[in-house]
Design a protein around this ligand. Structure first.
Ligand SMILES: [Zn+2]
Length: 510
């Protein structure tokens, strides 16, 4: 008996030793938290004014695809022309589908594959009150772009289309998403031209105009245009990741630059459940609502299986070094602790979304009367697909959850597969690391999975190196302002973003 106990004790000691050794020798990326401040921004007032003026033009994409008001888009196009005459003189520019804009700054070596920087000029409406439809908030079309008359909407420090410059910030809808980046790109290209710095590769900029409603008329057409010309890009850079300020990623003691190397897919299914209707005074044993409830419960209880994909493994290898001991232990010992790690990750909404195809019940409809049994109940379930799961997998999953019930399943919105995964051992990715190091040397740079859809995915037909990242350092609260209220871009972030893009453009072949 004593012998057995000793053996068990021995095994435990050996196991603990292995776990510890693995934890301390695991190749986590080194954390450069004390690397200093990096490039010091110099305030450029004219660049600030140009962005501010661009924010004043309410290029809102809303409602049905392509049914929004295009007048502001036409003005925005004109505004860019006036603001960046050098770019228009020295770079080739093409309009795709009227409002899509492409610029090409020719390089000296046509044998090299070009690089492409993306942005979109459309923005979401400024808030719950659709300002454009409010009588007293009408944007006067005869105003110059620099002086729109829009009154302050509640919850905004400054009106959403004021482009107000105050408190070291530039305020307005689109400041972060994503006119800030669009103007940074124009500024960078403008600087290269002004300083006569011709690079080896062709540098392209491409701006869509309907990203917020799916990008079918903008990015999709531009990507098609490139494809038709036979272009292949060595790098495609779009939005979809940020630099999270230290203290804003739970458990990580550092700034973290997350670079989207893939994005999740999308499937929304409207499920109609049939039952017996009638009056609530003589109800059938089973109502349509009761049946729908069973299906919904199945969908929530038995979700798509979580998994640690190679991309997420890479993510943890990069940030793990800055995490507390228990997390490092679990990451370094997945051979034994993977189930434990997964169960921990799936208990948090943010990390859960990184390791599985998520399930969200979003809408539901029964009868309109308090005493009326509806013969049909419908609800909507939205899945965001993890790369590794396919649309076919999700369809089978829905079929399992609805088994035994009389249902009709209809996919609404645009179903799309998760994107491919862009490699990280590329020059294109290394340039992001170098660029971040230039402006925020202390930040950990890591590949990541972008949750929302962007224009980037449409460019997979012209490049295998597609990265989603906007080089601005923000807090979670500032991140929340995107698509919400009081969106602003700090002047420091704007100046650094211009420098970052200029750095990448200038150093790509150095
Ligand atoms: Zn955006």
């Amino acid at each position: 008996m004593k012998k057995i106990l000793l053996v068990i004790l021995g095994i435990i000691v050996i196991l603990a030793a292995i776990l510890l050794i693995k934890t301390y020798t695991y190749p986590f990326k080194k954390n450069m938290a004390d690397a200093g401040e990096g490039w010091k921004p110099v305030k450029n007032d004219s660049a600030i004014l140009r962005l501010s003026g661009g924010i004043k033009i309410p290029t809102v994409s809303t409602g049905s695809l392509g049914e929004f008001d295009y007048a502001p888009f036409a003005r925005f196009k004109e505004y860019l022309k006036i603001s960046y005459p050098l770019v228009y003189q020295h770079a080739e520019n093409v309009e795709v589908n009227q409002y899509g804009l492409v610029f090409r700054l020719k390089g000296s070596n046509p044998a090299l594959e070009p690089i492409l920087f993306l942005a979109h000029m459309d923005v979401v409406p400024p808030g719950d009150a659709d300002i454009k439809n409010k009588e007293d908030n009408i944007f006067k079309p005869d105003d110059t772009p620099l002086s729109p008359v829009i009154k302050v909407a509640e919850d905004w420090d400054y009106a959403p289309f004021s482009g107000a410059v105050a408190n070291g910030r530039i305020y307005g809808r689109g400041a972060i998403d994503m006119k800030g980046m669009l103007f940074s790109l124009m500024e960078s290209m403008n600087n290269l031209i002004r300083n006569k710095q011709i690079q080896q590769r062709d540098i392209y900029l491409a701006f869509g105009f309907d990203e917020e409603v799916g990008g079918q008329k903008g990015a999709m057409q531009i990507a098609g245009y490139f494809k038709k010309k036979g272009l292949k890009f060595d790098a495609v850079y779009d939005e979809g990741g940020l630099i999270m300020r230290k203290g804003n990623v739970a458990g990580i003691d550092s700034d973290v630059a997350v670079v989207g190397c893939a994005e999740k897919g999308f499937l929304s299914a409207k499920i109609k459940v049939k039952g017996l209707g009638g009056h609530s005074s003589m109800p059938p044993m089973e109502s349509a609502i009761g049946k729908a409830a069973v299906i919904m419960k199945r969908l929530e209880d038995d979700q798509m299986k979580p998994m640690i994909t190679p991309l997420i493994k890479e993510f943890f290898d990069n940030i793990g070094g800055a995490m507390p001991f228990t997390s490092r232990l679990a990451i370094a010992n997945q051979w034994l602790l993977r189930p434990l790690l997964l169960s921990k990750l799936t208990k948090n909404n943010t990390t859960n979304a990184l390791v599985r195809t998520t399930t969200a019940l979003t809408m539901m409809k029964g009868s309109d009367g308090t005493n009326v049994l509806s013969p049909e109940v419908e609800f909507v379930v939205n899945f965001r697909l993890l790369p590794g799961n396919t649309v076919k997998d999700v369809r089978e999953h829905i079929a399992r959850a609805t088994k035994g019930f009389d249902v009709e399943v209809e996919e609404i919105d645009n179903t799309r597969e998760a994107s491919g995964i862009s490699p990280i051992h590329t020059k294109a990715f290394k340039m992001i690391e170098a660029g971040v190091k230039e402006i925020h040397p202390g930040a950990i740079v890591t590949p990541y999975l972008t949750m929302a859809g962007t224009d980037a995915g449409k460019y997979e037909i012209v490049s295998k190196n597609v990265y989603r990242f906007m080089p601005i350092k923000i807090t979670s609260a500032e991140q929340q302002s995107i698509h919400s209220t009081n969106e602003y871009l700090s002047i420091e972030n704007y100046m650094k973003m211009i420098h970052y893009f200029e750095y990448i453009m200038k150093n790509y072949d150095k």
